[in-house]
Write a protein of this length. Structure first.
Length: 559
């Protein structure tokens, strides 16, 4: 994968370069992307993926992919597989360095035993609610757990019995013995292990106690020799605990990871919470994790976004220390810019209106040259059939045209792209008075869409031969939410009240040119004058389905 040379400096690079200058970690740079396999990755994760893999590549290091699979209750093989596929699709390769936190369960257990032996951990009989209620607050200390008074041998015995399955869920936990009056509440005897009689998707029923994220994460980094543990800002207050655990287990001469925090990605008109995204899936407001309205990587892929455009977006927004909301229009600009270079142009008519050319020979068809992509001459040209009966967009005709309407209207001449100049002579109506057909004449001397006598027309429209067009369904997508910050809107109790009821519009009577017959799912095109579209995997041999990826131009920040 090519790296983006536009990458600018940021504070994380400064830290890494300073470490390299000082000879820390033997000159190594080892990063990791550690997702929890409890949902699908989204655009926010893409930023972290690009950052971690990009930094490792930049400094000649490596990046690990590690599944933080410490909560069997919410994890699934489906999520693990989707994560692997998404990271690969984005263009990154971890080589042999795919790991799972569950690989380290035995070692983590041994370190927990070590903490007990040091008098730094104890078994608690308090329920989760009691732990929370006695933790204290910002200005007052917490209450000590009665388990703090237990001796080392009793704690070792109870912890071994927890592992053996002697106790029900929620009846006991292992807590670190730190300081119940610590200013940082995360240091007030955090829970290290809880009992969960749940089958794990990798270890089966081997374990019934599972480590908490805070206990597993830093130690997993340590095991793997991670040099720079890059995470989002919400983990900044957890850093003292991350370091405290390492203080207890770190050995001289071994690489010790350093946690560095950066601002997470917040995108306008979008939610990033996996819990909320799961709710949208479960309540069937969307059609699944890969619904093209979702900010998931699989949803963006299905909608027609390219990995190059997402990497470009991640590079443009950079790395910050403070949270901010990025305008989704920037992401759309990146994909629009990328597809402009790579997507072949084709013609589609979404709301067809029949046109009959009165002076064109009946039964005649000719093939006209159409440019596949003016941005890339190597894509060449294709043949576009032209005949007496055509279809145009209904909005390209007005019976009463005024102002700056330069498209087809009675008495007006317009250019049919790649074809001829046509002049409207009249209309045909049905029994209800609706216009069902436009009558025109054409100028044979304007073949290719250019006049030999030098006259010019202001309007150019696209068209399809009625005989050769093939039917298609087109899905038009809008913002999933009506609010710029749906997760931070005041006076709104439920973010779902901000869902956009018009986020999907299905057009089922569309027509596309015959060259698209058999187009494969995932293939991107620019529909002339309409936008960028992608073939959906719902397509069949008899009926194509397209998703609109993005419009040709940003329209007031809204597609």
């Amino acid at each position: 994968m090519e790296t983006n040379e536009k990458t600018t400096t940021n504070f994380i690079k400064d830290i890494i370069e300073d470490d390299l200058e000082k000879g820390k970690n033997g000159g190594q740079v080892v990063t990791r992307f550690p997702p929890e396999p409890n949902g699908y990755l989204h655009i926010g994760h893409a930023k972290s993926i690009c950052l971690n893999f990009g930094l490792a590549k930049r400094y000649g290091g490596r990046c690990h992919l590690r599944m933080d699979d410490t909560n069997p209750e919410k994890e699934d093989v489906e999520y693990t597989d989707s994560i692997i596929n998404d990271v690969k699709w984005l263009g990154f390769d971890w080589g042999e360095h795919l790991y799972y936190a569950s690989d380290y369960f035995e070692q983590l257990y041994e370190w927990a035993v070590l903490l007990i032996k040091k008098g730094l951990a104890y078994v608690s009989d308090m329920t989760p609610d009691e732990v929370s209620a006695t933790r204290g607050g910002p200005t007052w200390a917490g209450q000590e757990d009665p388990g703090r008074k237990r001796g080392v041998e009793e704690n070792l015995d109870l912890f071994a019995r927890m592992r053996a399955g002697d106790f029900p869920d929620g009846t006991k936990t292992l807590r670190a013995k730190i300081d119940m009056a610590a200013p940082n509440i995360n240091m007030r005897d955090p829970v290290l292990y809880r009992i969960k009689h749940e089958n794990h998707h990798r270890t089966g029923g081997t374990w019934c106690i599972y480590p908490m994220y805070d206990f597993a994460h830093g130690q997993s980094d340590y095991i793997e020799g991670i040099t720079h543990s890059i995470c989002t800002l919400e983990f900044e207050v957890h850093r003292p605990l991350y370091d405290w655990f390492l203080d207890q287990i770190a050995e001289p001469g071994r690489v010790r990871p350093r946690q560095i925090e950066f601002a997470r990605l917040s995108l306008s008109y979008t939610v990033m919470s996996k819990r909320k995204l799961l709710e949208l899936v479960e309540t069937k407001f969307v059609r699944g994790w890969d619904d093209p309205r979702m900010p998931t990587i699989s949803g963006l892929r299905r909608r027609g976004y390219t990995p190059e455009s997402i990497r470009d977006f991640a590079d443009r927004i950079g790395v910050a220390k403070a949270d901010n909301v990025v305008d989704v229009a920037l992401l759309e600009h990146c994909v629009r810019e990328d597809l402009n270079r790579r997507a072949p142009r084709v013609i589609a008519v979404l709301n067809p209106l029949r046109v009959v050319i009165e002076n064109y020979p009946e039964g005649q068809t000719e093939e006209l040259d159409a440019v596949n992509n003016p941005e890339d001459e190597s894509m060449g040209k294709r043949k576009l059939p032209f005949s007496r009966e055509l279809y145009i967009e209904r909005e390209d005709f007005r019976e009463e045209a005024a102002g700056k309407f330069f498209r087809l209207a009675p008495g007006k001449e317009v250019r049919f792209k790649f074809a001829y100049y046509l002049t409207c002579t009249g209309v045909v109506r049905d029994d209800r008075g609706e216009i069902v057909e436009v009558r025109c004449t054409y100028d044979p001397a304007t073949r290719g869409g250019w006049s030999q006598d030098g006259r010019k027309v202001k309007g150019t429209i696209h068209w399809l031969s009625a005989e050769h067009a093939i039917p298609a369904e087109v899905r038009l997508y809008d913002r999933l939410f009506t609010a710029i910050e749906p997760e931070n809107t005041k006076d709104v109790e439920d973010y779902r009240t901000l869902l956009n009821p018009d986020s999907l519009k299905v057009l089922d009577r569309c027509l596309v040119e015959q060259s698209l017959k058999g187009a494969k799912p995932g293939t991107q095109y620019q529909f002339e004058r309409l936008g960028y579209f992608c073939v959906d995997h719902d397509s069949t041999a008899d009926r194509l389905v397209f998703n609109r990826t993005v419009t040709l131009k940003d329209s007031k920040g809204k597609d």
